[in-house]
Design a protein around this ligand. Structure first.
Ligand SMILES: Nc1nc2c(ncn2[C@@H]2O[C@H](COP(=O)(O)OP(=O)(O)OP(=O)(O)O)[C@@H](O)[C@H]2O)c(=O)[nH]1
Length: 517
């Protein structure tokens, strides 16, 4: 049930059940309510009772005689939704129904706002001629101005939340409305480039049979049209009812206008955040035209609307860009905060987080969890013999070897502190853990980093591991303590070897993996 129907359910139920097709729009709200008859007539789903303007725009309507599809400007549904009084016969394309449209503004006694009610009447063929006659009556200038304003307000209502990808379509719609209502031959938008030295014709509407020059009007330097550029900046509107009457200073413009067969031209500056960003304009090609105040008013209206929309879209784009930059900076910061500065592998902070996560996960899934503590042997004397920088380099090499050996998903190698590393090995069996320990030990041995003060004459590591089947009571410090105890034993038993504490029926079983050398 659409939210707005909750306020006055009886009213909506009555409208819904009416035997005539009704579209109802609260002038203050964007949604349009369609009753069941209207949905059926428009070929829409019975459940789609709340329509948007876009839904309406996509309904194809044709002229009864010419069978021409009605464009945006002549679309009687849109005009009626804008509040224009209409009595018009059109065809609905999907089933060739003849539909008569009527709209009127009604004041509902139990709602706060004005609403537009549109009645759609399927027509009998013999009624069409009479209905058409009434619809072709000359529309007075006032009515036309009203219809234009309503159409523009409908378009601008859609523009408020326009997405960047829909901007071009909406500007094209506005130019179509402008061109048709001003009876112009062309309507267009020019935008200045960021540095204000060039301008380009970005959007254009041309009447059928009139030539387009958009492709040639790209990247035009200020010097090629200096007069119009200056007039727009100082007076905001450039109006020439006869281009031949333009002053000598407009010689370059006249040359360009003749090339495009322009007889009369009207342009209005567009602003975004108070900055001139371009202009919107109309050309007369077929005949000269004395521009009226209402032409200028319409042009300014469309120019303001497009300028505001471009501003909105630019705000949105820069907001999106800023959000993306913030997210990236955040990710980089997070990444930095979880890395060890010297070795580039995970740091203690990240290790603590991951160990707790893995502990919880393994307890939940009843998986074993292995934890290995690694300590470089005789590292103090290595530093003393070879210097602190060589010590740093050895630490980096060891870290890289550990990282390359421990590669399974979910496993983590971290620098625990000083010359000590910690490795989390979730879901591994006792045999797998023992194999990994030996692999790690031998990899460091194979690095063959000379260490004259060590009994083996090279840099080695000792490893202590714990293997647990954690439950929700197991703590990370328990695991670390067990692995540390195992490491202490490996050191005590001669170094360059590994020791594991395994789970065994309520007690711990100790197993040593000795270096055979
Ligand atoms: N170069 C360098 N040395 C470090 C770093 N962090 C810790 N160390 C050194 O690592 C050494 C660790 O020495 P000890 O804890 O005495 O252990 P050990 O000499 O390796 O002896 P065992 O562990 O018993 O084999 C100390 O000399 C620390 O200064 C580091 O970032 N860079």
């Amino acid at each position: 049930m659409p939210a707005k129907r909750k306020d006055t359910p009886h009213f909506w139920a009555i409208i819904d059940a009416l035997p005539i097709a009704v579209l109802l729009k609260d002038t203050a709200k964007p949604e349009i309510f369609a009753n069941q008859q209207a949905l059926q007539l428009l070929g829409l789903e019975p459940s789609q009772q709340v329509l948007s303007l876009s839904d309406i725009r996509h309904i194809e309507l044709t002229e009864p005689d010419s069978n021409e599809v009605l464009g945006l400007v002549q679309n009687p549904l849109l005009l009626a939704l804008g509040g224009s009084s209409l009595h018009q016969v059109v065809y609905l394309n999907q089933n060739q129904f003849r539909v008569q449209l009527e709209s009127r503004l009604i004041q509902l006694s139990f709602t706060l706002s004005k609403s537009v009610l549109i009645v759609l009447k399927p027509e009998q063929p013999h009624d069409i001629a009479a209905a058409r006659q009434s619809s072709t009556h000359e529309v007075s200038e006032l009515e036309e101005a009203l219809a234009f304003d309503k159409l523009i307000s409908l378009i601008s209502a859609e523009l408020i939340n326009v997405q960047p990808e829909d901007l071009d379509t909406h500007i094209d719609d506005a130019l179509t409305a402008l061109g048709e209502f001003c009876h112009a031959d062309r309507s267009y938008v020019f935008l200045f480039h960021d540095d204000m030295t060039l301008m380009s014709n970005t959007h254009e509407w041309v009447r059928a049979g009139i030539s387009s020059h958009k492709d040639h009007l790209q990247n035009m330097p200020e010097a090629s049209q200096p007069y119009i550029w200056q007039v727009l900046q100082t007076e905001h509107v450039f109006a020439a009812s006869d281009i031949e009457q333009l002053p000598a200073a407009a010689a370059l413009e006249k040359q360009e206008f003749r090339k495009e067969d322009i007889q009369s031209i009207l342009c209005s500056a567009m602003y975004s955040q108070g900055q001139l960003i371009g202009f919107v304009g109309c050309d007369m090609v077929a005949r000269k035209r004395a521009w009226t105040n209402s032409d200028i008013r319409r042009l300014k209206l469309v120019g303001n609307m497009i300028g505001n929309t471009i501003q909105n879209v630019n705000y949105r784009l820069s907001l999106k860009q800023m959000q993306q930059e913030l997210l990236r900076a955040n990710r980089e910061l997070q990444e930095l905060a979880s890395r060890d500065g010297l070795t580039g592998i995970a740091n203690r902070r990240h290790f603590d987080l991951v160990l707790q996560q893995e502990l919880n996960r393994c307890a939940r899934l009843h998986l074993p969890l292995g934890l290995i503590m690694v300590d470089i042997d005789y590292f103090k004397s290595y530093n003393d013999s070879y210097g602190h920088l060589a010590g740093d380099d050895a630490l980096k090499q060891v870290a890289q070897q550990l990282l390359q050996t421990v590669k399974r998903q979910g496993e983590l190698v971290a620098r625990y502190g000083g010359e000590e590393f910690a490795i989390i090995v979730p879901g591994c069996s006792k045999a797998e853990l023992c194999l990994l320990l030996e692999k790690l030990r031998s990899r460091i041995e194979q690095l063959a980093i000379a260490h004259s003060k060590a009994p083996t004459n090279q840099l080695t590591i000792s490893l202590g591991a714990s293997l647990t089947e954690p439950d929700k009571h197991t703590s990370s410090s328990e695991l670390i303590n067990e692995a540390d105890t195992a490491l202490y034993r490996a050191k005590a038993q001669g170094r360059n070897q590994a020791e594991v504490i395994l789970p065994a029926e309520n007690s711990r079983q100790v197993s040593a993996i000795k270096n055979d050398n």
